[in-house]
Structure formats: C-alpha cells, structure tokens
Design a binder for this molecule. Structure first.
Ligand code: HEM
Length: 562
C-alpha cells in the first residue's frame, strides 16, 4: 500500500514542483537539503557498513530501512537532472565508442573513469539500448547494496540468454531472476558458498597446481625464463582446477599432447568471450536477425557447450557404472559436486547441466586473468615480491602443501590480491536493477533503473587511495583501523555483493592463493618489457601477452653459493 501511495504522490508531485514559480525555491531547498542529507547519510553509513556482519544482511533489510519516505523524496533532485553525456535517439552514445577515433568498447572502464571526473560521483548514460546510472563513490553505492532485497537483479547477459532460449536450454544462474534464480542458487550455494565444502578441494587443487609448476619449469625458456603464451597456460591451469571441483577428474590439459577436448574447450571459450564482448555492447539486432558476429558467437558457444556436455556425460556414465546416484537430499550434501547437482530434486537435469557448463565458463577466464595480473604486479614490484616471499617462507618453510589452516596465516598474500583487484578489477563494474526507489548523491533514482559501480574509477581515485597508481598491499594491512569506510566498501565489491555475489568467489580465491604460494615459492618473477595496459575482453585482461620471466629459486640459490 505504502508503495502505491508513494507512486501516486510521485506522479502528481512533478507538476507542482516544476511550475515556474516554484522552481527557484525548489532548487534552493534541494541544495540545502541534499547537502545536509548527504552528510547525514554518510555518517549513518559509517556506523552501518553494508558489509558489516553485525548489521542485518542485505537480504534481510526491510523495505522501510532502505527506502525513504515520500516527504523526504521532495528534497531530492529528480532523476532526469542527473548529469551525463547527451546521446542520440535509439543508439544513445554508441557513436562515441565506435567512431574512428572513439573510445572503443574495450575501454569502457576508462570512459567511466573520465566521465566521472567530468560529471561527478553520479552520471547517467544511455549506451545503445542500456541506460545506466554510474556511481563512483563507494559510500553512495552502498545505498544500492542496502537495497539489494531477497532477489537482487542484474541485467541479463543478453547474447547468452538469447542463445540458450533459442536452444531450449536452462538459463543458468547468471541470467535467471527472482524466485527461479533463488531456488537454483540455494542448491548450488550449499556446495560453493560453505567454507568447509570448498576446503575439501584443497588437496586436488594442490595436485593440479604442483603439476602446473612442474610444467612451468619445463616450458619456460631456459635463457630468459619467459613462457610462451602464458595466458593459454594459465587458462589450462584454471580449467584443470575447476575440473577437479566439478567432475573430480583431471581434464588432461597438462598431458604432453593435451587432450583434444581440453584444448578445443579453451580455444572456443576464448572466442566465446571475444564475440560476447562485441554483442553485449552493441545493438541487439541479433535477437531479430542472426548477424555475422552472432553466428560466430553461436558457433563457438555450440562448441563450448558440446565439449562441456561431454565432460558431464563422462562423469554421469562413471556414476551410473558405480551406482552413485541417490535421491536423498541429506545424503546428497555429502556427494561430490556434479553428483549432488544431478541428484537434487530441486533442479531438472537440464538445469543441472547448464549450471555445470556455466561454472566451467565462468571459472576459467576470471581466475586465470586475476592470477596473471597479480604475477605481473609482483614482477614489476620486486620489494613487494620479496616481502611476500618472506611471509611464504615462514608459513611454508619446506613443502608447499597447502592446508585450510595455513591459508589463514597469509595476510600479505591476501593484501596483494586485494591490491591487484583495486588496480585491475577483473569485472570492471558491478551492477543492479533497483528493486525499489532510492536516493543516491541527492538524486531520486526510481525502481527498475540500472545502476553501476565504477570500480575502476573508484580504485584509481586519489580521494580514496593515497598514491593510487602505486601497487601497495600495505594499505590493506593496517588491521583495518585506518582503512576508510570507502576503502572497505570498495574492497568488498570485487566479487559483487549481497545475495547475488559471485558464487565462485571462495573457489576462485582458494585457487589463486594456492597458485601464488606455489609459483612464488618456486620462482622469482621478473618483467623486462613495456608496461601492460588493461582492456576488456568481457573481463579486464592485459592488452598484450604478459612476458613474465620465471627464474627458478633453486637456480638463484646455486648462484648465491657460487
Ligand atoms: C577472479 C575471479 C572472479 C571474479 C572477479 C568474479 C566476479 C563476479 C562478479 C562481479 C559477479 C557478479 C556478482 C553480483 O552481481 O553481485 C559474478 C557472478 C558470478 N560468478 Fe564470478 N567471479 C570470479 C570467479 C568465478 C568462478 C571461479 C566461478 C565458478 C566456479 C564464477 C561463477 C559465477 C556465477 C555463476 C555468477 C552468477 C551468480 C548469480 O547471479 O547468482 N565466478 N562473478
């Protein structure tokens, strides 16, 4: 009822507010009111961090806590006054990106940074069919976090959604919404969000990463230590790692002659991302007519899906042979991931299949790219690399056998990863479709609007981070006492937020920590080329091959004693 009343009032208010006579007085009120309100809301948030576990969780928020009353709404500036670039009808600002000397869609994060410097902490832009409100102040964005509700909503990844609908497949977690999403997420979350469950994969990740390090020893150039096509090698490691989680089997990426399916999966996945990036930011003409780019996207997605399905079928066959399928949910929780999913009475087999393929696709590029960026940051900052090495030597004086307990004692390693995410947020933005009206930066933003956090801009903002271009993990190490609220909120968004946060976060962090420990304990990293810049390939990737030199530590010891 309250919502209906708010909307009725909201419909009538603008006529009165914008009558010429009222306008001057109104602007004055907004100015005063929004500045007092902004201060008040900042203070309120300092004591109520949206990520503070002692506070009600985002999902548990009541609507009155998040929303503001009608009488307060009149104090805020109306939505249409949010500043931003003016675009053309239908295409919006698309030409700013695609014209000859345009920004390029693969540097959207830079555009968000530049636009926020021009328009301030909030701006509005319509790029092709998507209108977004981009927020560059973490404390202001935390109002979006608070408004997440029980079923947080993101915009769909339209190309993959269109593809799956065409093929009659399940939509997967990424594109499901509402109760449908919640039902499926609850099933998968039992395996991927519970620390004890995720820790079970540490031994298999240990083995995969030991094999990877051994492979690095073999394939590194013995003159300069560089690894040809490092990105591809990291992809193999990430696929092999997630494979042991999903199928409890090795996929075969590190075989002398890599298994054809593993190699093809990686090749097609790379193309899948490339074409998806183009389709996501263009006009969705492919929903009416299959364009050339869409056909290429479809071709690679077909291949990735078919190979993913082969992996699933192989596991199902072995489960059938050992009669490992059960229908008891309680027992089911003790099962391995795929058996559990396929046994769940809350998922159709079709949905379970789609999820496994989704997780494979979601896990590879993200985790491998995050690891490469961290290795790069360490290679160009030798002092920091030394500090990290000292920490690793304390926790792992002899072997690098990782355990859950040892992972608890690596604060410097964790700070290095946080710092990498600050400079290179793998997903350059996190976003929501608002579930209710909110106020941000003194503006009224109605329910249903698409709101984004400018993660790249925030991470490089000197107002938030002293000397922002410097890779300085120490900034995260002051026991949190000196980290500002803005820094904390920002840092908690690297995997999204609330009930819809990345479901693979624990897996990803665990994998990356294991890789960093083992690589750093075995190699000293150096980099002797031009600096690398980020570009978008859906996720934020290096703009060229990252030619890190891997110098074996055993080799260094020999040199020391010579
Ligand atoms: C460095 C690694 C990763 C990063 C930075 C990352 C980042 C993200 C972000 C920002 C979101 C959106 C969250 C939100 O809207 O609040 C997301 C969603 C998702 N991620 Fe990740 N991710 C990573 C690794 C993984 C891995 C390893 C998996 C699979 C095992 C995965 C599977 C997913 C899925 C399925 C979703 C959709 C969740 C939902 O809508 O409920 N991600 N990820």
């Amino acid at each position: 009822m309250a919502t209906v009343r708010r909307f009725q009032l909201a419909r009538n208010l603008p006529k009165w507010l914008y009558s010429k006579k009222r306008k001057g007085a109104f602007d004055k009120t907004v100015k005063n009111a929004s500045s007092t309100n902004l201060n008040a809301s900042h203070q309120d948030l300092v004591s109520k961090c949206p990520f503070d576990k002692s506070q009600p969780s985002a999902g548990a928020n009541t609507s009155t806590e998040n929303s503001y009353m009608t009488s307060e709404r009149v104090k805020y500036r109306p939505f249409h006054e949010i500043p931003g670039p003016k675009g053309l009808p239908i295409v919006g600002t698309l030409f700013d990106y695609i014209k000859k000397d345009g920004f390029g869609l693969n540097r959207l994060f830079k555009v968000q940074q530049t636009r926020s410097q021009e328009y301030g902490p909030i701006y509005r832009e319509k790029l092709a069919t998507v209108e977004s409100i981009v927020i560059s102040d973490p404390i202001e964005y935390s109002k979006v976090v608070r408004a997440d509700g029980k079923y947080p909503q993101r915009t769909e990844l339209l190309p993959i959604m269109h593809y799956r609908k065409q093929k009659g497949m399940g939509l997967g977690l990424v594109n499901s919404q509402g109760e449908e999403w919640h039902r499926q997420r609850s099933v998968i979350g039992k395996k991927l969000l519970v620390p004890k469950e995720v820790q079970q994969y540490i031994p298999s990740m240990n083995t995969v990463t030991d094999d990877f390090v051994q492979r690095l020893q073999q394939i590194r150039n013995h003159e300069n230590g560089e690894v040809e096509n490092m990105e591809h090698e990291m992809f193999k490691w990430a696929l092999e790692s997630i494979g042991t989680v999903l199928f409890e089997n090795r996929i075969g990426c590190f075989e002398d002659v890599p298994l054809a399916d593993a190699k093809d999966f990686i090749d097609h996945l790379l193309c899948f991302f490339k074409y998806m990036q183009t389709l996501v930011f263009g006009l969705p003409i492919y929903t009416i007519y299959p364009t050339k780019t869409y056909k290429q996207f479809e071709f690679h997605t077909d291949k990735v899906t078919a190979i993913g399905q082969k992996f699933v079928d192989k596991k199902v066959q072995s489960l059938n042979e050992t009669s490992s399928f059960i229908k008891n949910e309680e027992e089911g929780e003790k099962l391995s991931f795929l058996s559990y999913l396929l046994s769940s009475k809350y998922l159709t087999p079709q949905e379970a299949n789609s999820h496994v393929i989704d997780l494979m696709m979601g896990a590879v590029e993200t985790t491998s790219t995050a690891t490469i960026w961290t290795l790069y940051c360490l290679a160009i900052n030798p002092n920091i690399q030394d500090n990290l090495y000292q920490e690793l030597c304390k926790v792992f004086p002899t072997s690098t056998e990782i355990t859950a307990d040892k992972l608890q004692h690596l604060p410097y390693l964790k700070a290095c990863l946080k710092e990498m995410f600050r400079l290179y947020p793998i997903t350059f933005t996190t976003s929501r479709i608002l579930q209710e009206d909110i106020e941000v930066c003194g503006y009224h933003i109605p329910k249903g609007k698409h709101v984004q956090a400018n993660l790249y801009g925030m991470g490089h903002d000197a107002k938030l981070f002293e000397d922002p271009e410097k890779f300085n993990p120490e900034r995260w190490l002051r026991d949190g006492a000196h980290a500002s609220m803005g820094m904390k909120i920002f840092s908690n968004m690297r995997f999204g937020h609330g009930a819809r946060m990345c479901i693979g976060r624990r897996i990803a962090e665990q994998e990356i920590y294991i890789a960093l420990v083992k690589i750093l304990k075995n190699f000293k990293l150096e980099y002797h080329h031009e600096p690398v810049e980020p570009v978008l390939n859906l996720v934020m990737t290096p703009d060229r091959p990252v030619k890190i030199s891997f110098i074996p530590r055993t080799h260094l010891k020999t040199l020391d004693t010579e």
